[in-house]
Write a protein that binds this ligand. Structure first.
Ligand SMILES: [Zn+2]
Length: 305
């Protein structure tokens, strides 16, 4: 099962990188980043973002002062000074802490006090993301996988594993490198090479699939014919890419047969599709929009058919 324990935010190195991550993360949640840290005239470290209005809100958008903290410990009161001043200074409506750890108890109490109206000061909108909350959102957001891949590359393998294990077959399929026999499906590293020629002799002319070669990153074949296609394994286990592959091959076969140059390459093709299906046949929390769209536009145009 997929849980937040598979993700490790400490993979993000340093405060700068965490600020980039935060900007990207908030954009995925619908925020518009107006000012990145350090870009302001005062050289301050805060970020300013516009949050789209919630259903009950009067104003069109809320200007949010975002404070990023990437600590290996709780964020304390001393780390978040002058919250009210900073809000006034940047003319923001709300404060949002984005913490890869969590706020200390004292800081949580201060937030609670600021949220309550106090004599002549109105209630303030104060909110924060803890590391746990960030990770939970990453698993829920449609674009979360991209963020995980980009910012948490080590966690990404565990994520891929957890999201692709489907138990369709009794035994997990294996695709071995043609050279060193390492199983490419262990880490989803390596490529599938379609060794392909474009035959102009004989009728009808068209693409011929000469061989399907599975390669680890170290053993890419050299001197491939120009019509060859190289596809990363990691992409092929994406459901939309998988369907696209089958569409394309069927198009080649139907329009300008024979696509398969022989029974052996056809056997390899069946094995490839069978193996990939294991990882493709899995649940998704949300449909993937852009790929789905791509699928409906004729992908074969790209190959000049
Ligand atoms: Zn190899």
């Amino acid at each position: 099962m997929l849980d937040t324990g598979k993700l490790d935010l400490s993979e993000i190195e340093g405060g700068n990188q965490f600020e980039h991550f935060t900007a990207d993360f908030l954009s995925c949640l619908g925020y518009e980043i107006l000012q990145r840290p350090g870009e302001g005239p005062d050289g301050g470290k805060d970020m300013i973002a516009a949050r789209p209005a919630l259903a009950h809100e009067q104003r069109e958008q809320t200007l949010v002062l975002v404070s990023c903290k990437h600590y290996g410990r709780a964020v304390g009161i001393g780390d978040e000074e002058n919250i009210v001043d900073r809000l006034y200074e940047h003319d923001c409506d709300a404060f949002l802490g984005v913490y890869s750890s969590h706020p200390s108890q004292a800081l949580t109490h201060r937030f609670d006090r600021l949220r309550a109206p106090f004599r002549r000061r109105p209630a303030m909108e104060i909110d924060y993301f803890t590391g746990e909350e960030i990770k939970r959102r990453l698993l829920e957001t449609a674009d979360g996988e991209r963020l995980i891949r980009q910012y948490l590359p080590l966690s990404h393998l565990g994520y891929l594993r957890a999201t692709t294990e489907s138990f369709v077959f009794e035994r997990r399929p294996v695709i071995e490198c043609h050279e060193c026999k390492v199983d490419l499906l262990q880490k989803f590293e390596g490529t599938i090479v379609y060794k392909m020629t474009y035959d102009t002799i004989g009728a009808p002319n068209g693409h011929r699939l000469q061989d399907i070669i599975a390669c680890c990153t170290a053993h890419q074949p050299r001197g491939l014919p120009a019509a060859s296609i190289i596809r990363p394994i990691e992409q092929l286990i994406q459901p939309a890419t998988f369907i696209q592959l089958i569409h394309q091959d069927m198009n080649f076969q139907a329009l300008r047969p024979p696509f398969f140059s022989g029974i052996e390459v056809h056997r390899k093709w069946v094995h490839l599709v069978h193996s990939l299906f294991y990882f493709v046949a899995r649940g998704r929390s949300q449909p993937v929009q852009p790929d789905g769209e791509l699928l409906l536009k004729q992908p074969r145009v790209k190959y000049g058919l």
